[in-house]
Design a protein around this ligand. Sequence first.
Ligand code: NAD
Length: 359
Amino acid sequence: MAKTYKLGVVGTGGIFRGAHVPGWVALPDVEIFALADISEAALKACADELRAKHGIEVPAERQYTDYRKMFRDAAAGKLPLDLVDVCTPNCYHMDPVVQAFKAGAHVIVEKPMATSAREAEKMIAAAEEAGKMLMIAQSFRFTPEALLMKDIMDSGAVGRPYFAEAVMLRPRGVPAWGLFIDKKASAGGPVYDLAVHILDLTFHLLGFPQPLAVSAGTFLEISNKPSVMKHDPKRYTVPEDFAVATIRLEGGIVVDLKTSWALNIPGHESQVRVCGDKGGLQLNPVTLVREEFGALMNSTVQVNPYAGIASHSEEIRRFVQAIREGLPSPVPGEQALKTQKVLDAIYKSGETGREVRIR
Ligand SMILES: NC(=O)c1ccc[n+]([C@@H]2O[C@H](COP(=O)([O-])OP(=O)(O)OC[C@H]3O[C@@H](n4cnc5c(N)ncnc54)[C@H](O)[C@@H]3O)[C@@H](O)[C@H]2O)c1
């Protein structure tokens, strides 16, 4: 019989229940085996939902209000755990990831990987020491549009890229629920919540060149005003509601980033564009721009071979496939560390008003 992978979860809140569970239950060789959350209510809600919707029973002795106890049990051989899914708020990513590696599991952790490059480096070191896989759940890479865009980039149709644009702008769209607007828990606002997705996708399309320097502006002009936002403005402690950055990458590539939870613009914008010497490619809708027949032509997609793929389920499927088949991590920590260094530099540049060099 094929091996069954036993999964331990840390953080049984919104993203795990809403987006990860469908991915895990679709895999016949994975068993959702143990749950950990500091909130007894979140544990119970998750266990009840797993039972009602999927017929999965996680007994009380495998429900933990302290994830460290779960990992101690695993390390002591009392709880078999092969895989761990970390879905806690951003500031609680590093410790459970490191503890999971010490307990001998492979780990997938939600984005953003960490709240600083130092934390990300510790997570990578723990994975190396354990000889286990670390994958960052950068789900935007696994949408049908992003998967197709990557194939087109890799075909060489764009040629040598030299400019990219990464835009995710909400005119009004502060996630006031949970801990997104809490600096201690989340570290940042739209830069951590949204830019991390589109930067990861942009860098992925470009082949993850080394980031060299960032010149950024970070602003908090709208979201902390009670006249605009309904939530208690004092709860809004993250440093920005809008950020703009010019990011220099090795190979002479420049990336232009814009991201907001609140900005006075007429509507939402979500776009990734990569421009090269042979062509240009954009995400929404997937369009390839090239000179052909003496004209500048736009090619759009009629049938996307990846249509129907759900990004979170796909990231989980690829995580387990990589473990099963001994493949590299689909989103390695080393790549997310590069993005994390850019996030750190955006805030530093925003604060100082100067270009920040990245090492
Ligand atoms: N990929 C995406 O599109 C996407 C979307 C939403 C959230 N996320 C990420 O997922 C993570 C969780 O977000 P969410 O929306 O599920 O938040 P949430 O608040 O709904 O869930 C987080 C859960 O973690 C638990 N928790 C908090 N501290 C803990 C600790 N120290 N130990 C154990 N459990 C703890 C909370 O009780 C809660 O149940 C964040 O890092 C967020 O950035 C990703």
